[in-house]
Design a protein. Structure first.
Lengths: 548, 333
């Protein structure tokens, strides 16, 4: 079995699939991996395959018009969801929110397993509505071909009659608490997984080992914080005996069966081992994007381009395109009646039958704020810049723009917030933004460009809003060098201009800076010197400059 | 579908449970909106609601659950016998088409017999009952418009090709959603009488209890249902008693003044806030078996009745609930 102390994604994936086969009530498994030999090697169960572009007809079934007309009575056609077996959704990162919601509703009602194949890159992820309902998540991105060996299939035990000592639930809940997991689904899944694991191991009762394996598999990807190592167990149980040094070795703990020997620290250790190193860095991103199938971008209705939506009744006006098939389908049931009414044979189509095509377009604007938080921007200036950004946020909210926040100080730039519409989050991040250090202007611009390119790929239109005093003194490589810092910043600005991103430069320095004016002209951006920026004036200026 | 998790077995989440009970006592309050993070029991509570609702008397076979034979719409064929059925709680799935919501031509009869007949939709089935929308904030705009119209007038009108049908569609809207996934239009927000925010319990013992009950339920649903049936029945009886008590409940001039002052101080739009708050407070008093409305009842229900009616301040971190609480303390002391 998988040794939980070392991260072994492949072993975990196999184990998760086994547990899922034992107890479909575990909801399912999200597999993050590019399509390739490693993923193909996974012994996935026979499943009903779904893809994100599927319409409701295909999923839920509906009226089979051809058969209905031929038979003269209503013939219903079953949907894919009516078939038995687990569900498998490929390209899950492109699953739109509405489809996710429908699938979630279906899962809640039927308790069948769902396997998500997530091919997302960077910040794309399947909708949280779905991942929340699945017990497991494995990331196979870095698994080498050589590791991907499938053991021979073994018969599955049943999960019935596995006893669980009363204190086990407390153990699991304490662990979820320590990792800052709010959802009640997480500990429920951990408990079920522990039971399934005990069954897999041929045990009659859940042991410490089952608990730690289960927690590692079900909690690691949900963690929102990493508990400080010494603290949790001091609070929970003040026992003086130091925890035994062996970590989760399964054979040793088996005889202890029902006794609750596992120290909380070991349990936490097991989960912590599976938490990716960059968890904290990724949390920000996860928080902001949670809930959206973010491969999809923001949707807008149109009638020309984009992903097709269900057609709906409408009139043929300018630019509207008729959906012939849907129109015929709407008119079909009426034909007998209309023929009888008019006494005329042939096809009767009336205005009310006309169905108009609709498409989901994705082109929302995203405002990327790159805020200079260096020492030279001084604390008072930073406060003013924050105030300005806040007012702009309110306007962005009114316009339904997305906003993103980048801060640069010291030697590097940091993306505080990827594109989001959550103002509360933006405000919180902004308030927590510390000041001080050098001015790595080039790094800030690079980060903005990266974010802009990403946003563009998701169908949004990025606009950069740069707030700085322009006194760049940190070069791209992090070395303090004023001259090189300036040339690097110019180079970064040229790249941004080449990418076609709109920009706006706000000088927050005490005096207008020539260097910054030049930078603005390189960016082809309006330059707004704001020697004594008060937030309201700044926002007026930005508002005016942003009007197309 | 397995039996839904029993209402009385839901641990904590008192505000959400109270809101559901109040709307069951007085359906004219106008439904509940439950907003909260994932895994906090939103859907569980709404699905459990059905078991709490007292049965209603309907004309057998009537598609719109009419109470009297005189109310049966002329396009429907119904018997004349009266029968008792559970209060309908109808799920409105996100993907539902307009036809399915409002009702449309009965395709079977049209195709097979060339007859023009109306097939009732979800709105008809929800008449005199509840319409439940999970993930309400993801509902398509045109369905929202349709719901707003019907919820306001209480009548569903379908006009098409000489198919002219109108029927009563008075229902209580119950919605749940996750605020992270999108906002709700203010017009729709306003249609909900009460609004509650749910969060995971922060207390470890409560959380343990949540998991334990859920686990028991999943392991042996039948036994678990049996164990909680009596509790659910007790709540249902209390709701019925409260419904009767509601009629005799006295409301003083001072209470009306309090309610008006509160809504004025909060700057809530329209008069719907006042009316809902008054109804909710009265239902709460009846639930507690008190004979007169007092300030304590108003105080206890103000947040859920008004929180979603404030002008939204996008940068207000504390949320509207805290704002209501603050003004509540200032106005009523």
């Amino acid at each position: 079995m998988a040794d939980v102390a070392t991260p072994d994604p492949w072993g975990n994936a196999l184990l998760a699939l086994r547990l899922l086969a034992i107890d479909p009530g575990l909801g399912g498994l999200c597999i993050r991996a590019r399509s390739g030999p490693v993923r193909d090697a996974l012994p996935l169960p026979e499943a009903v395959r779904l893809h994100p572009a599927m319409g409701d007809d295909a999923l839920f079934g509906g009226l089979d018009l051809t058969a209905t007309l031929a038979a003269g009575r209503v013939v219903q056609r079953g949907g894919l969801l009516d078939r038995d077996g687990p569900l498998l959704l490929s390209m899950a990162e492109r699953c739109a929110r509405d489809m996710a919601a429908k699938l979630a509703l279906h899962l809640d009602g039927t308790r069948r397993a769902l396997i998500l194949l997530d091919e997302g890159t960077e910040d794309q992820a399947p909708p949280a509505t779905l991942t929340e309902r699945l017990a497991f998540h494995v990331d196979l991105t870095d698994v080498a071909m050589a590791v991907a060996v499938v053991p021979p299939p073994a018969p599955l035990p049943t999960v019935a009659n596995i006893t669980t000592a009363p204190g086990r639930i407390a153990q699991i809940v304490a662990a979820t608490e320590a990792f800052g997991i709010d959802s009640a689904r997480a500990p429920t899944f951990a408990l079920r997984a522990a039971r399934a694991h005990a069954a897999l191991m041929g045990r009659a009762a859940v042991t410490d080992d089952d608990i730690s394996v289960a927690c590692a598999l079900t909690l690691a990807h949900r963690a929102t914080r990493i508990p400080a190592p010494p603290e949790p167990e001091v609070e929970e149980q003040p026992d003086d005996a130091p925890p035994p040094d062996q970590d989760g070795a399964d054979d040793n703990t088996t005889p202890e069966n029902d006794s609750l020997q596992i120290p909380d620290e070991l349990l936490l250790e097991a989960v912590r081992a599976l938490i990716p190193d960059d968890l904290l860095a990724r949390l920000a991103a996860q928080k902001a994007r949670s809930g959206k199938g973010d491969g999809t971008g923001a949707a807008r209705l149109g009638n020309r381009r984009g992903r097709p939506l269900p057609s709906r009744a409408g009139r043929l006006q300018d630019g509207a395109r008729i959906d012939i098939a849907a129109t015929l389908r709407t008119a079909a049931p009426w034909q007998t009646i209309r023929r009888a009414e008019t006494g005329r044979i042939g096809l009767h189509i009336r205005t009310g039958d006309i169905q108009i095509r609709r498409f989901a377009e994705t082109s929302d604007r995203v405002l990327i704020f790159a805020v200079d938080a260096s020492g030279s921007a001084a604390l008072a200036r930073l406060a003013e810049a924050k105030g300005a950004v806040e007012i702009l946020l309110t306007q962005a909210y009114a316009r339904r723009d997305h906003v993103a926040l980048i801060a640069f100080r010291g030697t590097d730039a940091e993306t505080l917030l990827p594109p989001t519409r959550s103002l509360v989050q933006t405000k919180r991040r902004l308030a927590a933004l510390p000041g001080g250090g050098g001015t790595p202007l080039a790094a800030g611009l690079d980060a903005a460009l990266a974010l802009g390119v990403q946003a563009k790929r998701r169908g949004m239109t990025p606009t950069l809003c740069l707030l700085t005093d322009g006194r760049a003194n940190i070069a791209r490589d992090g070395q303090p060098d004023r001259a090189r810092a300036a040339t690097d910043a110019q180079a970064a600005a040229r790249l941004i201009r080449a990418s076609g991103m709109d920009a706006l430069v706000i000088d927050t320095g005490n005096r207008p800076s020539d260097a910054l004016r030049q930078l603005a002209s390189t960016l082809a951006a309006p330059y707004l010197p704001m020697p004594r920026a008060d937030a309201a004036r700044l926002s007026q200026a930005v508002g005016a400059a942003l009007v197309p | 579908m397995t039996a839904p998790f029993p209402f009385s077995a839901i641990v904590a989440q008192e505000e959400m449970k109270l809101a559901m009970i109040l709307t069951a006592i007085d359906p004219t309050i106008g439904g509940v909106l439950v907003f909260g993070d994932r895994g906090t029991g939103k859907s569980t509570a709404v699905r459990a609601l059905a078991a709490l609702l007292p049965p209603i008397t309907v004309v057998q076979g009537c598609p719109v659950n009419s109470a009297r034979t005189a109310d049966v719409p002329d396009w429907a064929t119904a018997t004349t016998t009266l029968t008792e059925v559970p209060t309908p709680v109808i799920d409105l799935p996100l993907g539902a088409s307009e036809d399915r919501v409002t009702g449309a031509l009965d395709i079977e009869r049209a195709l097979a017999r060339g007859e023009k007949a109306f097939q009732a939709g979800l709105l008809a089935r929800a008449n005199r009952g509840y319409l439940y929308i999970d993930e309400v904030n993801l509902l398509e705009d045109h369905i929202v418009d349709l719901l707003l119209d019907v919820a306001q007038s209480g009548v569903n009108v379908v006009e098409r090709d000489g198919l002219s049908v109108r029927h009563a569609a008075r229902f209580v809207l119950v919605g749940s959603g996750n605020p992270e996934e999108g906002e709700l239009r203010p017009q729709l927000l306003d249609r909900f009488g009460l609004s509650v925010d749910v969060a995971s319990p922060r207390d470890i013992d409560t959380r343990i209890e949540v998991i334990r009950r859920r686990d028991d339920y999943e392991n042996d649903t039948t036994a678990f249902m049996l164990r909680w049936q009596a509790e659910d029945a007790a709540i249902r009886d209390r709701i019925l008693t409260a419904r009767t008590a509601l009629k005799d409940l006295t409301t003083s001039e001072a209470d009306l003044r309090d309610v008006a002052a509160l809504c004025l101080a909060l700057g809530s739009d329209g008069l719907r806030g006042e009316l809902t708050l008054l109804k909710a407070a009265r239902a709460y008093a009846a639930w507690l078996d008190d004979t007169a409305l007092t300030r304590s009842h108003i105080r206890a229900t103000a947040t859920m009745a008004l929180r979603h009616r404030l002008r939204r301040d996008p940068l207000d971190e504390a949320g509207s609930g805290a704002r209501v609480g603050r003004i509540l303390a200032e106005t009523l002391g």
